[in-house]
Design a protein around this ligand. Structure first.
Ligand code: AP5
Ligand code: MG
Length: 232
């Protein structure tokens, strides 16, 4: 099963991915995380991407597409994977179509004010990438990751002015993908307004209603894995 987690910055793609990863045992591929890893290790790719990310702009397609191509050829993708933050432009979506058949695109939607509050309170672990929130999901000990003990910090692209640029880039370059996938009949809109510590929280259940259906089809057709390999 190959799915795309889609939505504006801060809507919760990474958070929902970590739940879905456990439920479905799918590899989680976040292009944002891949760039941050490269920046941390000061690779050539990281050096090229940093200026764009720090300015809230998208990294150019050719850099992003070749990084993604390489990542989806790794062994852990054989049972399927979730793309988080890719594609973000029409050329990226077209490139993806030449590599794999996407089963479903989950499009998370939430009000801009909700998103802003989520982003302002977000903290992440420098070591394992676990996502926290100062109010909604604080670590047990301030500044320390519950899972690996790593340092919990605020992302550099979280500044209000940079975030506004990221929203602008989303509206101009990424939002058109909703129409692109809707035409293919694989777009599912998911209301992500409810906070996860609200008893009414239903985002993961809503994802499961959609994905369970694909998983059943996927398991029935055991040739799928070979097909993916051939297409890569
Ligand atoms: P990336 O890291 O992908 O950032 P993003 O898309 O802007 O998304 P975020 O990671 O900010 O938000 P999210 O939706 O994952 O939310 P999260 O789960 O953290 O990309 C960073 C940069 O890399 C881009 O700006 C660009 O420059 C570059 N880049 C990446 N991919 C690219 C591509 N394909 N092409 C070109 N450039 C690319 O949640 C946010 C917070 O809210 C957390 O604190 C969480 O705890 C909380 N939260 C989430 N959901 C809920 C909920 N339901 N209730 C309560 N709290 C919640
Ligand atoms: Mg994310």
């Amino acid at each position: 099963m190959k799915i795309v987690l889609f939505g504006p910055p801060g809507v919760g793609k990474g958070t929902y991915a970590s739940s879905l990863k456990t439920i479905y045992n799918l590899a989680h591929i976040s292009t944002g995380d891949l760039f941050r890893e490269n920046i941390k290790h000061q690779t050539e790719l990281g050096k090229k991407a940093k200026a764009f990310i720090d300015a809230g702009k998208l990294v150019p397609d050719e850099i992003t597409i070749s990084m993604l191509k390489y990542r989806i050829s790794a062994d852990d993708t054989k049972k399927g994977f979730m793309l988080d933050g890719f594609p973000r432009t029409i050329p990226q979506a077209e490139a993806l179509d030449t590599l794999i058949d996407v089963d479903a695109v989950l499009s998370f939607e939430a009000a801009e004010q909700t998103i802003l509050k989520r982003v302002e309170g977000r903290r992440i672990c420098r070591k394992c990438g676990m996502i926290y929130h100062t109010k909604n999901k604080p670590p047990l000990e301030e500044g320390v990751c519950d899972t690996c003990g790593g340092e919990v910090y605020q992302r550099e692209d979280e500044r209000r002015d940079v975030f506004e640029m990221r929203i602008k880039a989303y509206n101009e370059q990424t939002r058109p993908l909703i129409g692109y996938y809707d035409k293919k009949n694989i777009l599912y809109r998911i209301d992500a307004n409810t906070d996860m510590n609200n008893p009414e929280f239903h985002v993961i259940d809503d994802c499961r209603k959609i994905l369970d259906k694909y998983l059943r089809n996927y398991n029935r057709d055991s040739t799928n894995v070979e097909e993916i390999k051939d297409k890569k």
